[in-house]
Design a protein around this ligand. Structure first.
Ligand code: AMP
Ligand code: ZN
Ligand code: ZN
Length: 422
């Protein structure tokens, strides 16, 4: 029993001994629950290395990740949800729900009541009304388990009126070692606010992939840099005697593929941009035609499929394939253009101003380039075991299982984890 649990138990006994009012007894039952939690629960640390393609592991020396895997399990790959972008996928991981069930359908989206959502728009990102479903930190907090997030999409918002006990506003300038230090500090809290669920997030591998392309030395250097942060985390966990007593996931949201100018499609060569609102550019074109323009815009785009060699498919909302689990949300606009890897769309003016990215993601989750990693290590997992692929939406069920929580309704499947667990 930790020092803290012991104190709580003393407190509880004192209350019981001296008698109490109804309100006090309600408080006590909470205290009792916390005491039990403290002694029985293994903390869970969820780490995301954004944009870590499955094959990045073989790319260069990654001593820390190799060491981690020598003590843990590894899925052959993790399949993202559609679209394979950051917010939809981190939030799908947290809730066990596809985009059509969370409403986080893209990093850039529009809602008639809420207006525009974009990653740089702090008001939108922290507004709980954008986020459907129940993220793991809400499930946990509502069941008496404390949580702390060192960045995670959605964690800054009051989802269902609840936030993590500790959370940090997204700020890419916070250094990676100091992010690790925050997690280590939180794990050493000695009162009832000590978190049993924590997150840690690193974006560098993704940003270098966008800026320099999959094959670049810059991506290699980013993989090595993040690997050193994982090494630092492991050393720190050993120093505080937690390495053997914590479950850790190292995972990511999607892969990456390199773009080329020859495979860039200029939307304004096909339709008149004054007739539409483009809600999302890039690899998943989300188009809301202006009033009365839907048929015209759809027909022009549809005709272009053949003309451009069938490297993209144009769907009316109702005809988006079921397997994308994407169409049943009011924020999904009337037309979707779904591109083959590595095709993507821009406009002539945007291209002249900014050129194209060197790499991107967002394509069909079945594409191997979009596949990513799932590693787990800790007292609840086997060692040195590889198991078949898993889906992004399956992770929520696993987290609830490990933390002893009743899961909210979700799209995931727990059975896939049986082989990995002790
Ligand atoms: P993507 O455009 O899908 O590659 O998104 C990756 C980017 O998302 C990162 O480079 C970060 O700048 C951004 N990002 C990640 N987490 C957050 C967050 N919690 N709030 C705002 N932006 C974020
Ligand atoms: Zn991402
Ligand atoms: Zn990215």
């Amino acid at each position: 029993m930790s020092k803290y649990s012991f104190l709580l138990t003393l407190l509880l006994s004192a209350y019981l001994f001296y008698g109490c009012s109804q309100t006090e007894s309600a408080q006590i039952s909470q205290v009792q629950e916390v005491t039990l939690n403290e002694t029985e629960r293994t903390p869970l640390l969820l780490i995301s290395i954004d944009g870590f393609r499955t094959d990045y592991l073989e790319r260069t020396d990654t001593p820390a990740l190799d060491y981690f895997l020598s003590k843990g399990v590894q899925a052959e790959y993790l399949k993202p949800i559609y679209p394979s972008n950051t917010f939809p996928n981190h939030y799908a991981l947290a809730t066990g729900l596809y985009a059509e069930n969370t409403g986080i359908i893209a990093n850039n989206m529009f809602d008639p009541e809420l207006g525009r959502f974009a990653l740089g728009n702090r008001d939108a990102v922290s507004d709980g009304r954008w986020y459907g479903g129940e993220p793991i930190w809400v499930t946990a907090e509502n069941q008496g388990v404390r949580t702390a997030t060192m960045f995670w999409p959605g964690s800054e918002a009051d989802v269902m009126g609840v936030r993590p006990t500790r959370w940090v506003q997204y700020d890419n300038s916070i250094t990676y070692p100091s992010r690790v230090d925050s997690v280590i500090t939180w794990l050493q809290v000695e009162d009832y606010t000590r978190p049993d669920f924590l997150t840690l997030y690193f974006s560098r591998v993704d940003s270098r992939g966008h800026g320099h392309g999959v094959e670049s030395d810059s991506v290699t250097a980013a993989i090595e840099y993040v690997d050193r942060q994982i090494g630092y985390l492991i050393d720190e966990l050993k120093r505080i005697d937690m390495w053997g007593n914590i479950n850790i996931f190292i995972t990511s949201d999607h892969g990456m593929a390199s773009l080329s100018e020859e495979k860039t499609i200029f939307l304004d060569d096909i339709i008149d941009l004054d007739h539409v609102f483009v809600r999302n550019w890039g690899t998943a074109g989300m188009i809301a035609p202006r009033d009365g323009r839907t048929e015209e815009v759809y027909n022009q785009l549809k005709a272009a499929e053949d003309e451009y060699g069938n490297v993209f498919r144009v769907y009316r909302k109702a005809d988006i394939p079921e397997r994308f689990r994407f169409k049943n949300h009011p924020r999904v606009p009337e037309i979707l253009i779904e591109f083959d890897v590595p095709y993507a769309m821009t406009s002539r003016s945007n291209f002249e101003r900014r050129g194209i990215l060197a790499g991107n993601h967002g394509w069909d989750p079945e594409s191997p380039e979009m596949h990513t990693i799932f590693f787990a290590k800790g007292p609840d997992f086997h060692e040195q075991l590889t198991f078949p692929y898993v889906n992004m939406v399956d992770i929520y069920e696993l987290m609830c299982h490990l933390l002893g929580l009743d899961p909210a309704e979700n799209d995931g499947n727990f059975d896939v984890w049986e082989r990995a667990l002790r």
